[in-house]
Design a protein around this ligand. Structure first.
Ligand SMILES: Cc1cc2nc3c(=O)[nH]c(=O)nc-3n(C[C@H](O)[C@H](O)[C@H](O)COP(=O)(O)OP(=O)(O)OC[C@H]3O[C@@H](n4cnc5c(N)ncnc54)[C@H](O)[C@@H]3O)c2cc1C
Ligand SMILES: NC(=O)c1ccc[n+]([C@@H]2O[C@H](COP(=O)([O-])OP(=O)(O)OC[C@H]3O[C@@H](n4cnc5c(N)ncnc54)[C@H](O)[C@@H]3O)[C@@H](O)[C@H]2O)c1
Length: 488
């Protein structure tokens, strides 16, 4: 006979969405069971945000050596990247974070069931041979996985996704990255820094097609300047692995120098309809992610996924499905939930507070910041110029290159600040940044957009000199009619 346990809340999936729900619910005095079939921390900690950003940090250091030599007369050269040392540091950062999340959950008194869980009723779950019932609610937080293209099966060596691209014993000498979204752009940037020849292929007419057109333009300029070849409006027609047993050829940083052939022949049709074939050591497929509901048995709880596999809430303010007491957080939610870790944290906090009987304000999706950690970086919040116009706003737009301020010249990497505001001194609708360190610069703009500040409100506040953030200050000064260095 299977044992039966009851708890206030049962969370299925221990990624950023699930574990944040569990932690907050426990902090509010609820009794919580969290089922996780792999590792708590999920995609973001083990295969996503954290390991990729650790490696992008190492990539920046590699780029810094070239900058030091070429711009600053520092007689430095790169001998080689010690791949085992680099990945040991990355894995240590992930492991420490993992231990931290485990410790937080233990300290909060969350009961972790380390097994696949499935629904057996609206408030009933089976996991690890035991049955659980939820007094207040069940939270679905099963996340997402890489979307695959029909007929193209990743083998983890020649054809890879973000699940395995960084975990091989080195990076390839050449890579074709299919998809110019956040993953494609970040991984193209990383591979290029590490010496690979990189071709970035995007089906839409620009990189990061959901961002402001100025962001896409500046980003493409920065990536091309670093030697990344970009094809937009292009389509892959076939991909054929040749010499599948051959070893990778090494890249120029010497991370993986076993000589040999073997790779993938990728056939493409470019934006002008011209066919072309590319031989590369690796094809990295980064064409989006899809929700995970396999073996979850949604039907047992009276739920169905939508046509794209997401589980939509009937009530977005409570992130609650049409079945009362069944909530959803994280990548399992359809847009406007953006598929970002920090959005899933906010969703987890909200659902926990709802389950504890509170009435928290809904997640303010338009005010969720979006960052791409490539070189250059992009960071934005709010509406693009096109979205603002589509929604009927009469807009005032101001754009400034980062090299117009002293610190931008010091960095010498280009970039820009663009602000979209309602005309005649109305609320700021969107802020769009490209350049070095802009991931750390977007925080003030998320408050500006979230608090619906006007340009004149922002222009009253003084930015430190010399910083890159001064460019943000200057753009607002000009929009408020008090421009200092920006001639208009
Ligand atoms: C390469 C990459 C880089 C990224 N970088 C960033 C970034 O820099 N910033 C950012 O904000 N976002 C980033 N993201 C997105 C971010 O990782 C996701 O938005 C986030 O992980 C979503 O969290 P989640 O909890 O919804 O799902 P997940 O993290 O996918 O967690 C779901 C968990 O549920 C478990 N699970 C699934 N089904 C069951 C079941 N039936 N029973 C038990 N357990 C189950 C899984 O094992 C998994 O641990 C990145 C993603 C990728 C792939
Ligand atoms: N820095 C970050 O915050 C970060 C980093 C990585 C991933 N993520 C998140 O992870 C999720 C997945 O990222 P992603 O980049 O895989 O997905 P995405 O949906 O953001 O981008 C996929 C891109 O691939 C293109 N595409 C689709 N099919 C194609 C095809 N056949 N050929 C060429 N291009 C094609 C799309 O037009 C799109 O631009 C997103 O939610 C993203 O926001 C976030």
């Amino acid at each position: 006979m299977t044992s039966e346990t009851s708890a206030d809340v049962i969370v299925i999936g221990g990624g950023t969405g699930g574990y944040s729900t569990a932690l907050r619910a426990a902090a509010l005095g609820l009794d919580v069971v969290l089922a996780e079939r792999d590792l708590v921390g999920g995609t973001c900690l083990h295969r996503g945000c954290v390991p990729s950003k650790a490696m992008l940090h190492a990539a920046e250091l590699v780029d810094g050596i070239a900058e030091a030599r070429e711009r600053w007369g520092v007689k430095a050269t790169l001998d080689a990247v010690d791949w085992p040392a680099l990945t040991t540091t990355r894995d240590d950062i992930v492991a420490r974070n993992h231990r931290g999340v485990e410790a937080h959950l233990a300290h909060a008194g969350v009961q972790i069931v380390r097994a696949h869980a499935r629904l057996t009723g609206p408030r009933a779950v089976s996991a690890g041979g035991a049955a659980y019932t939820a007094r207040r609610g069940v939270v679905l937080a099963t996340g997402s996985r890489p979307r695959l293209l029909p007929g193209l099966v990743p083998d983890g060596r020649r054809v890879v996704t973000s699940d395995d691209a960084l975990f091989a014993p080195g990076l390839p000498e050449s890579v074709l990255v299919l998809g110019g979204g956040a993953i494609g752009v970040e991984y193209a940037s990383l591979h290029r820094s590490m010496g690979a020849r990189v071709l970035l292929v995007e089906a839409a007419d620009r990189l990061l097609p959901l961002e402001d057109a100025e962001v896409s333009r500046q980003l493409a300029r920065g990536l091309r300047r670093r030697g990344i070849e970009i094809l937009t409006g292009a389509r892959m027609t076939s991909a054929e692995v040749y010499d599948p047993d051959g070893t990778d050829t090494g890249n120029s940083t010497g991370t993986n120098t076993r000589a040999q052939a073997g790779g993938v022949r990728v056939s493409l049709v470019d934006a002008r309809g011209q066919a072309r074939a590319e031989d590369v050591a690796r094809l990295l497929v980064a064409v989006g992610r899809e929700p995970v509901t396999d073996g979850l048995d949604l039907a047992a709880a009276g739920l169905t996924a939508d046509a794209r596999g997401y589980v939509p809430p009937a009530d977005w303010a409570r992130l609650e499905t049409a079945v009362p007491g069944v909530h959803v957080v994280g990548d399992l939610l359809p847009p406007p939930s953006p598929g970002l870790a920090h959005a899933s944290f906010a969703e987890g906090l909200l659902v926990a507070e709802v389950l504890a009987g509170g009435s928290p304000p809904p997640v303010d999706y338009p005010a969720v910041p979006r960052v791409t950690y490539s070189s250059p970086q992009t960071a934005s919040v709010g509406l693009t110029e096109a979205q603002a116009r589509e929604r009927g706003h009469d807009v005032a737009v101001n754009t400034m290159p980062l090299t117009a301020v002293a610190k931008g010249m010091v960095h010498g990497q280009g970039g820009s600040v663009k602000v979209v505001a309602a005309a005649d001194g109305g609320a700021v609708l969107g802020v769009h940044l490209v350049g070095p360190n802009v991931s750390e610069m977007i925080a003030e703009s998320q408050l500006i957009v979230g608090w619906e500040a006007e340009a004149a409100d922002v222009a009253r506040h003084i930015h430190p000199h010399p910083t890159l953030s001064e460019a943000v200050g200057e753009v607002f000064l000009t929009l408020a009619g008090r421009g200092l260095h920006q001639g208009r």
